[in-house]
Design a protein around this ligand. Structure first.
Ligand SMILES: [Zn+2]
Ligand SMILES: [Zn+2]
Length: 277
């Protein structure tokens, strides 16, 4: 049973219209597709939905949901960045737009205690910028930077209550086993503390295949080790590909589902349905 709830179209930083995504999903035999553009942000950037296009995004998504109603379930969502002091409240945003679901993600880490946009560490751009941010914003203290990333996600899960937490260990993407040790006790504690909140709020953790099929990472987000912790704690899991082109809608989907099954997962979830593996 194929689905994908993490997709970006030409409205934000993906390519092609949302109609192409829906039609490709039907061709591939999906039971459901979720549209999840990056929410409009209060400062200029190159990836999120421009504020002026947001009403169009919602109208187009609703049109597609009606047009293809008999062929596929279309769900309207957003991938929302949680930036303390800057992002709008997820639940207010969601209610106002009538969204079906929200993926909560952290790409921008605010230095704890700061409210200055100059103190935002961007973990998802080029590696040079990632390393420069650790030096400039965190005085070279990688442990403080990574801990801030995890605690910002924990705060997001507790205060914003997204349905899904996106690419939970993306902070590790540029690590390349050089900058910090994921087996160290401080890293494990940061992850465990986050998973405690995820369990408490029943947030779904996505296995996100994008890092692997774009060649940026060896493992899916999150790592096998973290996925195993999720399975052991009975945290709900799903698979998404974070597609930025219709051809990426099912990239590594089957492989990822098989990995979870081999790791002992028995049921897979989405915000709207679940199935046995
Ligand atoms: Zn993301
Ligand atoms: Zn995304």
């Amino acid at each position: 049973m194929k689905y994908n709830f993490h997709t970006h179209s030409g409205y934000d930083d993906g390519r092609e219209g949302m109609q192409e995504y829906v039609e490709t999903a039907i061709e591939k035999g999906f039971v459901a597709i979720g549209l999840s553009g990056h929410q409009p942000l209060p400062f200029d950037n190159e990836w999120s939905l421009p504020k002026k296009d947001y009403p169009d995004y919602l109208a187009e998504a609703k049109r597609l949901r009606e047009q293809y109603r008999d062929q596929i379930d279309v769900y309207i969502g957003l991938e929302m960045d949680y930036i303390p002091g800057f992002s709008e409240d997820f639940r207010g945003f969601r209610k106002e737009a009538g969204l079906d679901y929200v993926i909560g993600s952290v790409h921008l880490v605010m230095k704890p205690g700061s409210d200055n946009t100059a103190d935002i560490w961007f973990i998802d751009g080029p590696r040079e910028g990632y390393i420069e941010g650790i030096q400039r914003i965190f005085g070279g203290d990688i442990k403080a930077a990574v801990e801030a990333y995890y605690s910002q996600q924990r705060e997001m899960v507790s205060t914003q209550k997204p349905d899904i937490i996106g690419h939970l260990d993306k902070v590790n993407m540029h690590n390349k086993r050089e900058l910090f040790d994921t087996s160290s006790s401080w890293y494990q504690k940061a992850v465990d503390d986050l998973l405690d909140a995820v369990k408490e709020h029943d947030t779904i953790v996505e296995l996100n295949t994008r890092g692997v099929y774009t060649g940026k990472t060896e493992e899916y987000f999150p790592s096998k080790e973290i996925l195993q912790k999720c399975i052991d704690r009975d945290i709900r899991l799903m698979v998404n590909t974070d597609a930025h082109h219709p051809s990426q809608l099912d990239k590594h989907f089957d492989r990822a589902v098989m990995q979870l099954k081999n790791m002992g997962l028995e049921r897979i979830h989405t915000p709207f349905f679940e199935s046995a593996l």
